[in-house]
Design a protein around this ligand. Sequence first.
Ligand SMILES: [Mn+2]
Length: 300
Amino acid sequence: MKSNKFTEALARPYFRTKRMLLHLTDFLIRDRTKRNSFCSWATFPHFSETINHEPYAPHINVAFCFNQNLILQATTTILSLLHNSPACTYEIYCITDITSKQQQALQKTITLASSKSKIHFLKPNSDYADAKLGTWSDAIYWRCMLPALLPQIDQILYADVDTVFLSDLRDVNEIDFGDNLIAGCFDKPGYINSGFMVMNLKQIRAENKYPQMIDWARNNLTKYPDQDMINHICRGRILQLSRKYNLIVVAAYSMLKTMTIKQYNELKHPVMLHYAGKLKPWNYEIKSFLHLIYGENTHA
Ligand SMILES: [Mn+2]
């Protein structure tokens, strides 16, 4: 197993997608002072990489939740999904507080990238107004509003925006939930990582779990508030998915040391990479990012 090759392969997609974004725009991501000039770069006119879809491409519901500070990161995630899964089209639901001008710009970018995918914008509700937050942003609970914000939808994939997609999500539509309320990858046995969740919204509503979620969030403050709440409410009814759907980049290097060949072969082609934790790729150039997450032995 070539560990350098493996770890580089996990870091590069973010930077590749970022380059695509830079190509799409004349926005300079490194210039922090320009971070808010979203509207000017998103309408860059010379983008011609529109995807040609298969005639019967699977259509998949996805949701992203992000505030004003993460527009660029959300755009990177969404573009990676559209570009790396040309055989699918997406109904993209964004729970966000961005302005209508920013919405228009993001919509235009998405339409340019994939003419058959659609993006919808919804404002967060106030159901979690009294939820305990600690030092977290109130945006952590926006994903927990999906059962109420999307009453017409039975099943949806939620993903964080510190992620990059490398292939399509058609398998997600095929998930057989059985009696389960949610599906995702386990951080520890029975405990889901909330950065990638396929939610059985219909069943969550049918069993009236939504008020229980709000109630728990009001009365408990834990290390990972939304994630702990979801795990508490759904305990024992969480369907485990392969780690390839939510491969946590900072954890991958240590996982590599104990992985079997079978696991390695499965994770060699991840569906989604998750840059969870404090080290975010958008704050670094690729060389220093690799150095920080994998140490001295890694070269970019
Ligand atoms: Mn995350």
